[in-house]
Design a protein. Sequence first.
Length: 523
Amino acid sequence: MIHTELIEPVGALLRRHATERPTKVAFEDARQAMTYAELERSTANLASHLQDHGAEPGDKVALLLPNCVAWVASCLATVRAGCVSVPISHDATEAEIRYRLEDAGCKAIVCSAQHVELVQKLQRELPGLKTIYAASADVPTAGVLALVPQLASPGEAEPRDSGDLDATAFIVYTSGTTGRAKGVMLTQRSMLWVVAACWAPIANLSDKDVVLSPLPLFHSYALNLCVLGVIAVGATEYILERYSTQEVVAQLKTGRYTLMPAVPTMFHYLLEACRGKEHFEAAGIRRFISAGAIMPSSLNREFEAYFGVELLDGYGITETSTMVTMNWPGTARPLGSCGLPVPGLAVRLVSLDGKDVPIGEEGELIVRGPNLMQGYLNKPAETAAALVDGWYRTGDLARSDPNGFLTITGRLKELIIRGGQNIAPGEVEEAVLSFPDVLDCAALGMPHKHLGEVPVICVVARDGRQIDPDSIKQHCAVLLSSYKVPQSVHVVSAIPRTGSGKVMRFKLKEQLAADVQLLVEKQ
């Protein structure tokens, strides 16, 4: 059931495929394609140069690139050098980039040419950041290395290609209820175990697949399936720089692809673009995969009815190297369910006192297995609270049916999930509180018919000042990624709190429900 032969060091996987299928395309984007032989050679070359420039085992290397073949090569080369890959969203703000570089203590960074000036500025403030690689053929800026030559020719050192599968290999940042991003420490073993236990046996990912990926590579879902999953089995993948319904439709019309992973919002837009027009058949696609957010049962049903192809939903989180549950192909399943536990995982639903709840009753989902994170970087207290007696407390609420299918019903955590992207209310609140006219505030996730949820902010004016909602949004746009910027700003007289000072968000949601519903209906 579990394809343990896929759990090997990245270097070993690449060398095997370079020997068995050297001319087969591994990854392709709109600008270039790279065969398995070229991918093995390029990642070995860059790993060699990283080591020549002082990268030691365990050093952190940040990736600040858009989705592209170079992103994949840089990530894999980092691991082959014995270093730790730290993906950062290409759309992150300066404050978000700086925090991740500083928190992880990054020694090197691979960035796009457009970010060179910003990264050099941050390097002057962060003396530990020693080396900058820019993803262009020629970078005349002093102190910046061009990535292309580093990929094209070997350095002096041989890639370390450590066989230690249990060393930290990736730090993927995710937001928590504290409002500060947490670096989740993951290993090659934990990530490839998900490939071996979920993607290969359940989604049937194999060397026969050609994957179309619109997912952002810095997310654990894409890193696991669309990077490590592809090289583990020897598949081929086309990488979209970002999701575009028009581009996805154009690619699917080629009939080239067999598998497409995405988040529910992407499937919604795809269905809306195709439905009502001349019927479009996704020729060649044998399966669509959804994760990252809850898949509405109505969307799942309508999508499958239109395209005539299974859309399998699953539940995963960064702290478990992605997947915890998955729906199996060809089986009767209750739509709206996130499926059955992945083989090899122990999953429980427990009450607040830690006791298992009866079938059909709501409880917190906790997980135990070989895919758990090592912990949160630099956050021992948060790690201890999340990993209890070998179990990871997800903070998500769920119910199980008599056949073992799980359905996510809510969250103990108060993360806002907008189109599959997590937003911590505290992070939004921190940005809004730095606006001089705001005395107090609370961020909420309010329902949205396409995105699932959108962030909104309730604010209390300082000293009776007038609040300009557009000014607050513009202020947030400087400090936060675009998807975290509040959709709307609501002025209230006070933020309701418990005796211990915790925000009573449910009361604010009740107050705003009518106004926000009108906002949503207009969109």
